[in-house]
Ligand binder design. Structure first.
Ligand SMILES: [Mg+2]
Length: 240
């Protein structure tokens, strides 16, 4: 079940309905769905806390995460390089029990998140947040009262990117046809290619390690309907 990210009232709902109707006549994007890590949040705290927990320098872990992802592996592989045989799930729980679990607050958000999402919703665009995250990360995001209609995570859905089933769940939540739903993400193999494969529109954001690494990649240029440097650019895309 999708968590409500922000409250609404009857008048606002009526206004949004009118706006949505108007937009359906003129626009190609009804719903914008955002990835989480390095799309709306910086991953600094996440990886720094893992490095501190494992007792290694923060730069060492960040560089290893970059290396394994560039090699096509899951980022958890970096933890296995440092500690072979590590049970990542068990270690995640041990961190929480030690009072050093996953945290996320306003300071982790990129500065453009609130203004861009607020502007999109004012235009009548449905805004969702859906990424490969833990249930706890989803709960923490909900406490931020983001200008979003709903927030969902892979752990909550029991299916993760790049599996097509994840994007089928995205479409159910979007309440819009695939070609009028825009998925925004930084990781081509997890966000852009699989979203495109199920018919969604896609925007690759050039920030975070993967955003820069693959920002000028010719394959991404073909698969991404838009390439952006800021979420603010989504306003013009949705108003097109
Ligand atoms: Mg991401």
């Amino acid at each position: 079940m999708l968590a409500r990210a922000a409250g609404s009232n009857a008048e606002r709902t009526r206004t949004l309905s009118r706006d949505t109707e108007r937009r359906r006549l003129h626009s190609v994007i009804d719903t914008v769905v955002l990835d989480v890590g390095e799309t709306i949040t910086r991953d600094d705290r996440y990886w720094a806390s893992w490095a501190d927990w494992l007792g290694i320098p923060r730069h060492t872990l960040s560089a290893l995460v970059g290396a394994v992802v560039a090699q096509g592996h899951d980022n958890a592989e970096a933890l296995r390089l440092i500690r072979p045989g590590i049970d990542v799930g068990a270690e995640y729980r041990a961190r929480a029990e030690a009072g050093r679990g996953e945290e996320l607050d306003e300071t982790d958000l990129y500065d453009d998140v609130r203004p861009a999402l607020t502007a999109l919703r004012k235009m009548g665009v449905r805004v969702l947040v859906a990424g490969n995250q833990t249930i706890r990360a989803g709960q923490l995001l909900c406490t931020l009262d983001l200008p979003a209609d709903a927030i969902a995570t892979s752990e909550e859905w029991g299916v993760a990117k790049p599996q097509p089933e994840f994007f089928e769940r995205v479409l159910e939540a979007a309440q819009a046809p695939a070609d009028r739903t825009l998925y925004v993400g930084d990781h081509p193999a997890n966000d852009i290619y699989p979203a495109k494969a199920v018919g969604l529109k896609t925007a690759h954001i050039r920030r975070g390690p993967w955003g820069y690494l693959w920002g000028a990649d010719p394959q991404v240029a073909v698969a991404a309907d838009w390439r952006i440097d800021s979420l603010t650019e989504l306003i013009a895309i949705a108003a097109h």
